[in-house]
Structure formats: structure tokens, C-alpha cells
Design a protein around this ligand. Structure first.
Ligand code: PLP
Length: 396
């Protein structure tokens, strides 16, 4: 009945984890849901005013397929400030979230059978999109190296069919931030072996240690002609539902993306575009500071709760808003009558015994991991982690 292509993907595991939490809550249990890939927060005032003004002005029509020129110019300016290089509007496409930016990139760069190196654990959509585009995801393990890929492991995974490498820092799900040595190493490899770099920095605003996040193109300008920068307002401005993100890269790629997007979604929502533009033009950075300090507080609360775990190392959580637990020490141990074998089983035990919803590492290609989001209200986080620690420490 359906196309063969549908066998290549299933609904995202994070969405499934959220659905399981909702189903458990529906059955009357009080569930603390730590699955969300988004931050609990009010709208930024600049976004609210920008959107309301656009509605008051009666804005209702299509814009340029890849976004209003004023917005692309403002984004080019932002990227220029961020990278220390000059970027122009024709090197930027506005998309319906970073997800569409990445999908566009896969569709315009990959030929059938082309391989894309994706460090694991990985955000589940990266390999799914590569498969949909006819490519082949190739994974490189990072767990033994603090969830940062080793350049030599990436080099060893390159074949004649390798077309691109995904660099997602700060990383979802692990929260790892790649240092400049790793970035330069990957960049040089990409130049040597003629690869594209898909640089996803959606969590770039959330770094919780001194080890600052740097865009790969600033530390290795020679890599710019083969790098696509992917970013979004979803995380940095807590705007997941507004679906607004962007892709920046060589203008030939951007014009191919424009042609593709003209046959898929057309322009991203016009009100969201106006709101984003108003924010870029008028923000004094206070909303971003507020989000960062909310997350820094939540991270501290979370880390002190998790420091009482007995069999699981406390995560570093250097970037983003996730705690990623290495639960390998619990696998095969008993919990009451259950004998968990995978992170999926642990997630199930946590949901049923602690009333806490987490995302299993299997969603991210890692059978020994567990992702907890701390972008939730502080009280909820505290209760959730206290319950979680109690159950995880009760493993025999
Ligand atoms: N890239 C990464 C690493 C993400 O974690 C996400 C969302 O979870 C996205 C991209 C997509 O974000 P958006 O909401 O902008 O589509």
C-alpha cells in the first residue's frame, strides 16, 4: 500500500517517549516528563511584539521562498558577527525550523548511496533524513571519548562514497561541546577528503563551562566553502512551535535549497519571520541572558541531585539542556522482578516506578544511554530527579 521509502523511517523516538509519558499521565499517574527537547519559558517580548505588529498590519502573503530579504540580511549580519567573517543574504535560507534546513541539505547534497558520517549517540533525525534522501548513515562511536568524536575514528570511517560529516555541537543528546582541536581536525579532514560539513549549532547559545563553543568556519576559514551552518530560533529563543530556523552556506547550495523549498513548504510562516526579524533588530540580549541563567540554575539543581547516583557517573552536561546518563553499569542488574537488558527497559522502570519519563539512548543509537531534559520548571525537575535517583540507586 505504501512506498518502499516508508520502510526507511519511523516516527521519531523522542516523540514516542513523549507519547508514552502522556499515556501514563492519562491513566491518572502524576508523571514528571523530562523528555522534551524544548525549554519551559515565556515568549521573548520582542517576539510577541513583532508577531502582534505583523498581525495588526494585516500581513498575510507569501514571502520569498527562503525568507524575506530583510530577515536574511539580518541573519547574515548575525552570522557575520558570530563568525568574524562577512556573510551575505544570498548565503542564507530561512527554513521551517532547523529540521527543514537539514532535510534540504540532505536532499540537495546527496546522491543515492552517498555516505554521511554521523557521530553516535546522535539526534535521531540525522540518519533518518540521510536515508530518506537516498544516502547511507555511517556512525562513529564517541562514548569512550566523553562523547566527543576522535578525528582518527572519523578518518577511518571515510570511504570513496563519503560525502559529508555531521558535526553537532553542543550535542543532542549528550550535551558534549567539541573543542577547537576536534573541530580543526574534522575541518582539515573534510578539506583533504573533499567532504561537506553539516555544522548544526542549534544549542550554541547554551554553553555551561568556559570551554566556549566556536563555529568551525571561524577557526578554519578554509572550510567555509564546504560548510553548511544550521541554526534555529527553536532552542535559543524557546520557540519550538513557531518553526523558524536557517541554513547558511555557499550560494550555489542556497539556490538549490530555494528551488527545493519552492516545491515543498514555500516560505516559512510569515508571522514567525516578522517576529524573528523584530527580535534580531530590537533585542538587547536580555531574553537570551534570562534563558541562559534559568538553564544554568536548572543544571546546578540537576547536577547536585544526580551527584547522589551510586552506579552511574554524573554527566558533564557542558552544553545544551540535557543530562545524558551512561547507564551501562545498570544493564543486566536486577530491579525487583525486572531484569533490565537495555536502556529501553530502564526507561520503562522509571516511568512505571518513579513516574519519570526519559528518552532511551536506543533512540540515539546508544543502548546504554538515557536522556533527561532540564529545560523544565525547577520544582518539577527537583521532584523528578529525586524520584529517579531513588529508583536508580535501588538497583541490586
Ligand atoms: N538539530 C538538533 C541537534 C536538534 O536537537 C533539533 C531539535 O531537537 C533540531 C536540529 C531541529 O530543531 P527545529 O525545531 O529548529 O527544527
Amino acid at each position: 500500500m505504501l512506498a518502499e521509502r516508508t520502510a526507511l523511517f519511523k516516527s521519531s523516538g523522542t516523540a514516542a517517549a513523549r507519547a508514552a509519558a502522556e499515556a501514563a499521565a492519562g491513566s491518572g499517574k502524576e508523571i514528571i516528563d523530562l523528555t522534551a527537547g524544548e525549554i519551559w519559558s515565556d515568549l521573548a517580548p520582542t517576539i510577541r511584539v513583532g508577531a502582534l505588529n505583523a498581525i495588526r498590519r494585516g500581513i498575510n502573503r507569501y514571502t520569498d521562498t527562503i525568507g524575506m530579504i530583510e530577515l536574511r540580511e539580518a541573519l547574515a549580519q548575525k552570522i557575520s558577527g558570530h563568525t568574524g567573517q562577512v556573510w551575505r543574504a544570498d548565503e542564507v535560507a530561512v527554513t521551517c525550523g532547523a529540521k527543514q534546513a537539514l532535510f534540504n541539505a540532505a536532499m540537495v547534497l546527496l546522491n543515492p548511496g552517498d555516505e554521511v558520517i554521523i557521530p553516535a549517540p546522535y539526534w535521531t533525525t540525522f540518519p533518518a533524513q540521510v536515508l530518506i534522501a537516498g544516502g547511507k548513515p555511517v556512525h562513529v562511536e564517541t562514548r569512550a571519548n566523553g562523547y566527543v568524536p576522535r578525528v582518527e575514528d572519523i578518518a577511518a570511517a571515510i570511504t570513496d562514497r563519503t560525502r559529508a560529516v555531521v558535526v553537532n555541537t553542543p550535542n543532542n543528546p549528550t550535551g558534549a561541546v567539541y573543542g577547537s582541536e576536534t573541530l580543526v581536525g574534522i575541518g582539515k579532514l573534510a578539506i583533504e577528503r573533499d567532504l561537506w560539513i553539516i555544522f548544526d549549532e542549534c544549542y550554541g547559545d547554551f554553553i555551561h563551562v568556559d570551554d566556549a563553543h566556536c563555529p568551525i568556519v571561524s577557526i578554519l576559514p578554509e572550510a567555509r566553502s564546504r560548510t553548511l551552518i544550521v541554526n534555529s530560533f527553536s532552542k535559543s529563543l524557546a520557540l519550538t512551535g513557531w518553526r523558524i530556523g536557517y541554513l547558511a552556506g555557499p550560494k550555489e547550495v542556497i539556490s538549490a535549497v530555494k528551488a527545493l523549498q519552492s516545491h515543498t513548504t514555500s516560505n516559512p510562516n510569515v508571522i514567525a519571520q516578522h517576529a524573528a526579524l523584530a527580535h534580531l533588530l530590537n533585542s538587547d540580549g536580555s531574553y537570551e541572558r534570562h534563558l541562559r541563567s534559568h538553564l544554568a540554575g536548572a543544571r546546578q539543581t540537576g547536577l547536585s541531585a544526580l551527584s547522589t547516583l551510586t552506579r552511574i557517573p554524573v554527566p558533564k552536561a557542558t552544553g545544551g539542556f540535557y543530562f545524558y546518563l551512561d547507564v551501562s553499569g545498570l544493564l543486566r542488574l536486577r530491579f525487583g522482578n525486572d531484569e533490565p537488558m537495555t536502556a529501553d527497559d530502564i526507561v520503562h522502570v522509571l516511568l512505571t516506578r518513579a513516574g519519570v519519563a526519559a528518552v532511551s539512548g536506543t533512540t540515539f543509537g546508544d543502548p546504554a544511554g538515557l536522556r533527561l531534559s532540564y529545560g523544565v520548571p525547577p520544582k518539577k525537575l527537583e521532584i523528578g530527579l529525586t524520584r529517579l535517583v531513588e529508583v536508580l540507586n535501588a538497583w541490586e
